[in-house]
Design a protein around this ligand. Structure first.
Ligand code: GTP
Ligand code: MG
Length: 194
């Protein structure tokens, strides 16, 4: 994919604030601090289009980005970070759920997991839940640069088993080395209208 433009469009917490441009959308979901924003930056070849942070829970709104005036990338807030204020945390589930269940322009959801962590019930449930909406997620294990090759293979296997997914359908990725970038793009292109 040749990136001609990548721009922030707007932030939203509810449907009335979503963009009305009708572009096909790819959403990025995953646990807090897993590397969602970094993945988007890597895909569009930008260091800081999306703010990243070593403080988990930094992305608290649904952020829309326009890519090549062809489609939107949607950076969802991360789930599962306890240190976010309770009041904020309570809004997240419904906010994300509302987006995923009502937004008719969604073409794909990229679900990102840290390769070092075993998948939890949250990810398993999330995949099941997406099925209701006929969405099969693009699965990405990120931060692979943090593990030796041997441990990558081990964790890849564990993740596939834990999620009940064919290992070949899970992409290994690093925002640091950019490994896996093309594979993520290929998966995105597959779910895009041609
Ligand atoms: P929230 O918005 O808080 O949910 O986080 P996020 O999922 O958007 O994560 P973000 O992209 O902000 O990254 C979190 C931290 O992990 C940052 O310090 C990143 O630099 C780091 N990080 C992300 N991806 C990678 C990766 O592939 N390799 C390494 N080594 N670090 C990464
Ligand atoms: Mg983020």
């Amino acid at each position: 994919m040749i990136i001609k433009s990548a721009e922030f469009v707007k932030s939203a917490v509810k449907p009335s604030q979503y963009p009305t441009d009708n572009l096909p959308e790819i959403a990025f979901a995953g646990r807090s601090n897993v590397g969602k924003s970094s993945l988007i930056n890597t895909l569009v070849n930008r260091k800081n289009l999306v703010k990243t942070s070593s403080t988990p829970g930094r992305t608290q709104l649904i952020n829309f980005f326009n890519v090549n005036n062809l489609f939107s990338f949607v950076d969802l807030p991360g789930y599962g970070y306890a240190r976010v204020p309770e009041a904020v945390r309570k809004e997240w589930g419904p906010m994300i759920e509302k987006y995923l269940s009502t937004r008719s322009t969604i073409r794909g959801v990229v679900l990102i997991l840290d390769i070092r962590r075993k998948p939890t019930e949250v990810e398993v449930d999330f995949i099941q839940w997406l099925k209701q909406y006929a969405i099969s997620p693009i699965l990405v294990l990120t931060k692979i640069d943090k593990l030796s090759k041997t441990n990558q293979i081990k964790q890849h296997d564990l993740a596939a088993k834990g999620l009940g997914i064919n290992p070949l359908d899970i992409i290994l990725f690093s925002a640091k080395t950019r490994k896996g970038r093309d594979a993520v793009w290929d998966a995105i292109k597959k779910v895009m209208p041609s």
